[in-house]
Ligand binder design. Structure first.
Ligand code: WT7
Length: 656
C-alpha cells in the first residue's frame, strides 16, 4: 500500500452536498438506510421482487459461516429476468444496446425484442452442440453483442459461463478452462482495436492443445482474418446460430444454481475461480444498479465503459442493467479508436446520461487535456461513476468539472469480484460526496474498519475494511477449493469477511479506501498478484529468482516493477542486458497478458532477504518508488538494497 502518497490526497473537508434538483427525483429516499438497517435480511427479500420468479422464495438468508444461501427455495431463470420479462410486459421495442464499433460509423441497435430472439437462437445452438445444465462454458470474446447473447444463452440453459478477458494469453485461457473443466468455448476469429484486427482464435487453438476435453468451439466471424479450423470441433456462429428457431422454452432453476465463474488474482500464482449463484447475485446487481446509478429505464442511456471480461461488465453491463430493463451503450473500441475525442462523440451522439468508468481511464483522459471534451455537448450526462481502484481527488475533481459540468454527482463505488456487486458508495441525491471517498456502506450492507486485533477504529483512524454480515451477491466460494475460501476471506478476523483493502474513517466517519494491503497489485484497475508475475518470470530459462512489487504510477495507479537475478554468470550479465530485459517483459506478456508486462525490470546480482530467507518486498517497493529506505537491520546483507537502488538509476528500462 502506498500510504504516504494516498495520505497526501485526503482532503476530508471538501464535500459536495446533493443538489435539491437531483434529490427531488432520486430513486432512493433518505429513510432507506434506516429501513434497511431495521431488518437487512427482510429488506433484501423485498428487493428480490425485482426478479421474475417462477416460484417465489419463502426463505431469505441461511448462514453457516462461510456458507450463505439466499432465497434458496425460490426458482427462476436468470435470462428470463434479464430479457423475456421485458418483452412479455410490452417493453420489447425498447433499445437494450446501442452497440458502437471500434470503427466510426459502424453500429447496431438491439432492442429487447432482438435480444430475446438472439438469446433463444444461441441457446438452441448451444443445445445442439451438447451444452447441458451445470456444464461450464468458456467465453473468450471481444466487446460484441454476441458475447452477451452467449452469456445469457448459457445461463438460460442452467450452464455456467466462465468469461476470460480477450486480452489474456493462450496459457492463461487454458489454465482457466482446465481449472473449471470447461467443455465448450465461445470465441471470435479476432477483435478490432484502433482499426487493427488482432486475432483471438489462434490463442484458443493453442490453449486447446492442453484441453482435450473441450468438444465444441463456437466462433463468431468478426474480423474475417484467416483461421485454422478443426472440423468436428469448430463451428461458425453464422452457420449454426442463424438457422435456429427463435423460440426457446426456459427451464426454471433453484435460486442457488451456479451462474458464472470469474477468475481473479489472489496472493498466489494461481488465479481463483470466484463463483456466483443466481438469485442473490441478480438481486444485488439489480438493486445497486437501481439505487447507486439512480436509473430511470424509460429515459436513461447508460454507459458502463468496461469489458465483459471483468466483473464490472458482468454486473453492470449484463445483469444489473438488463434486470432493470435500461438502454445501454456497448462500445467495442478503445478511448482513442478514431481519435482522442471518441468517447465524447459517442456520449453526445447517443445522449448518454450515465457514465461509469475507472480512475485510470479518467487520468488518461485528463492527460489528453480538457480541451477535447470541452468541444462537445455533454449536457445529457446526469451521473458519473468510478470503480476499480482508489481515485485521487485531482482526477475526481477533473471528472466532476470537465465531464460532469460541475453538476453530476459522482459515485465512487467500492466492490470486488468476490462481492459480486457494489457494497460501498454514496447514494446520489442522498449522500454528500467527497473527492476520493466511497463514503459509506449501501443500505442492507454492514462494513467496518478494524485494527490488527479486529477492533473497530475511531473516526480519523485507518485499518482494514471488513464486511460484518453476509450479503446476497457474496461469492459462494472458490471453484473446486472450498477450504481456500474460508482461509482467504474468513480466517483473518473471525466472523468477518476480510476484503484485503486498507481503509480509513475520516473525522465525520466517512469511508476512504486506501488500496490493497496484501500482495495483490492493481494495474489500471486490473488485479494481478505479485507471485503470479514472479512465477511467469522464473518460468524463463535465464531467470533464477524474481521479486515483483507494485509501485505507484501516475496513470495506471500502480505499475509492475520486477527485480530479477539471472542464472547466467557474472560475465554474461553484462552482455546485451537491454535485449534480455525486453525479452523478459514480452515473456510475461505472453504467459499472462500484456496487462502484466512489467514497466521496469531491474537485473540484480542479489535480492534483499530477511535472515529467514523471505524476500523483503517492502524494501523493494521503497526502492521502486524512490523512497528513503527504512529499517534494514533484519537483512542478511544490508548493502544489497543500496546496490539495487543504484541499479534502478542506470538500468531502468523505458516505458511502453
Ligand atoms: C479490488 C477488487 C469491482 C470491479 C473492479 C475491480 C479495488 C475496487 C474500488 C474503489 C478503491 C477499489 C480494491 C478491491 N477497488 N473499487 N472504488 N476504491 N479501491 O474488481 O478486480 O475484483 O478488484 O479493486 O482494492 O479489493 P477486482
Amino acid at each position: 500500500m502506498t500510504e504516504t502518497r494516498i495520505e497526501a490526497w485526503l482532503d476530508e473537508d471538501r464535500a459536495f452536498a446533493p443538489s435539491t434538483e437531483f434529490s427531488a427525483q432520486a430513486n432512493a429516499q433518505p429513510s432507506i438506510y434506516e429501513e434497511a438497517a431495521k431488518d437487512p435480511v427482510a429488506w433484501w427479500r423485498q428487493q428480490a421482487n425485482r426478479l421474475a420468479w417462477d416460484v417465489a422464495p419463502t426463505t431469505a438468508l441461511e448462514w453457516d459461516l462461510p456458507n450463505a444461501t439466499w432465497f434458496a427455495d425460490g426458482t427462476l431463470n436468470a435470462s428470463v429476468s434479464c430479457v423475456d420479462v421485458h418483452v412479455r410486459e410490452g417493453r420489447g421495442a425498447r433499445v437494450a444496446f446501442h452497440w458502437v464499433a471500434d470503427a466510426e460509423g459502424e453500429s447496431r441497435t438491439i432492442t429487447y425484442h432482438d435480444l430475446h430472439r438472439e438469446v433463444c437462437r444461441t441457446a438452441n445452438a448451444l443445445l445442439e452442440l451438447g451444452v447441458k445444465k451445470g456444464d461450464r462454458v468458456a467465453v473468450y470474446m471481444p466487446m460484441i453483442p454476441e458475447a452477451i447473447f452467449a452469456m445469457l444463452a448459457i445461463v438460460r440453459l442452467g450452464a455456467i459461463h466462465s468469461v476470460v478477458f480477450g486480452g489474456f494469453s493462450a496459457e492463461a485461457l487454458s489454465s482457466r478452462i482446465l481449472d473449471s473443466d470447461c467443455r465448450f468455448v465461445v470465441t471470435a476469429d479476432g477483435a478490432f482495436r484502433r482499426g487493427v484486427a488482432s486475432p483471438l482464435k489462434p490463442a484458443v487453438d493453442e490453449a486447446l492443445k492442453s484441453c482435450p476435453d473441450v468438444t465444441a468451439v463456437l466462433v463468431v466471424q468478426r474480423t474475417r482474418g484467416e483461421v485454422q479450423w478443426t472440423p468436428g470441433r469448430d463451428y461458425w456462429w453464422h452457420d449454426i446460430v442463424q438457422r435456429q428457431s427463435d423460440v426457446h422454452q426456459p427451464e426454471s432453476f433453484p435460486a442457488e444454481t451456479p451462474l458464472f465463474i470469474m477468475y481473479t488474482s489472489g496472493t498466489t500464482a494461481k488465479p481463483k475461480g470466484i463463483f456466483h449463484t443466481t438469485a442473490g447475485y441478480l438481486t444485488q446487481a439489480a438493486t445497486t444498479y437501481h439505487y447507486v446509478f439512480d436509473v430511470k429505464p424509460e429515459s436513461d442511456v447508460c454507459w458502463t465503459a468496461a469489458d465483459i471480461g471483468w466483473i464490472t461488465g458482468h454486473s453492470y453491463i449484463v445483469y444489473g442493467p438488463l434486470v432493470n430493463g435500461v438502454t445501454q451503450i456497448m462500445y467495442e473500441g478503445l478511448p482513442d479508436s478514431g481519435g482522442r475525442d471518441r468517447w465524447w462523440k459517442i456520449i453526445s451522439q447517443y445522449g448518454a446520461t450515465i457514465l461509469y468508468t475507472a480512475p485510470t481511464t479518467i487520468r488518461t483522459l485528463m492527460k489528453w487535456g480538457h480541451q477535447i471534451p470541452e468541444a462537445f455537448d455533454l449536457s445529457s450526462l446526469r451521473l458519473l461513476g468510478t470503480v476499480g481502484e482508489p481515485i485521487n481527488p485531482e482526477a475526481w475533481m477533473w471528472y466532476r468539472q470537465n465531464i460532469g459540468g460541475d453538476r453530476c454527482p459522482i459515485v465512487d463505488t467500492w466492490w470486488q469480484t468476490e462481492t459480486g456487486a457494489i457494497l460501498c458508495s454514496p447514494l446520489p441525491g442522498i449522500t454528500a460526496t467527497k473527492p476520493g471517498a466511497a463514503m459509506r456502506a449501501l443500505p442492507g450492507i454492514s462494513v467496518a474498519v478494524v485494527d490488527d486485533a479486529g477492533h473497530e477504529v475511531e473516526h480519523g483512524q485507518g485499518g482494514y475494511l471488513v464486511v460484518t454480515a453476509p450479503w446476497p451477491s457474496m461469492t459462494r466460494g472458490i471453484w473446486g477449493d472450498p477450504a481456500r475460501f474460508f482461509d482467504t476471506y474468513w480466517s483473518r478476523f473471525p466472523g468477518k469477511y476480510f476484503a484485503g483493502d486498507g481503509a480509513k474513517l475520516d473525522s465525520d466517519g466517512d469511508l476512504w479506501l486506501l488500496g490493497r494491503v496484501d500482495d495483490v497489485m492493481n494495474i489500471s484497475g486490473h488485479r494481478l498478484s505479485t507471485t503470479e508475475v514472479e512465477h511467469a518470470l522464473v518460468g524463463h530459462r535465464a531467470v533464477a529468482e524474481a521479486a515483483v512489487v507494485g509501485a505507484s504510477d501516475e496513470t495506471t495507479g500502480q505499475a509492475i516493477v520486477a527485480f530479477v537475478t539471472l542464472k547466467l554468470s557474472a560475465e554474461d550479465m553484462n552482455k546485451d542486458q537491454a535485449a534480455l530485459v525486453e525479452e523478459l517483459r514480452s515473456h510475461v506478456a505472453s504467459v499472462i497478458s500484456p496487462i502484466a508486462k512489467p514497466r521496469q525490470i531491474i537485473l540484480t546480482p542479489d535480492l534483499p532477504k530477511t535472515r529467514s530467507g523471505k524476500i523483503m518486498r517492502r524494501l523493494l517497493r521503497d526502492v521502486a518508488e524512490n523512497r528513503s529506505l527504512g529499517d534494514v537491520t533484519t537483512l542478511t546483507d544490508p548493502t544489497v538494497v543500496n546496490m539495487i537502488a543504484g541499479l534502478m538509476d542506470t538500468r531502468a528500462s523505458s516505458d511502453d
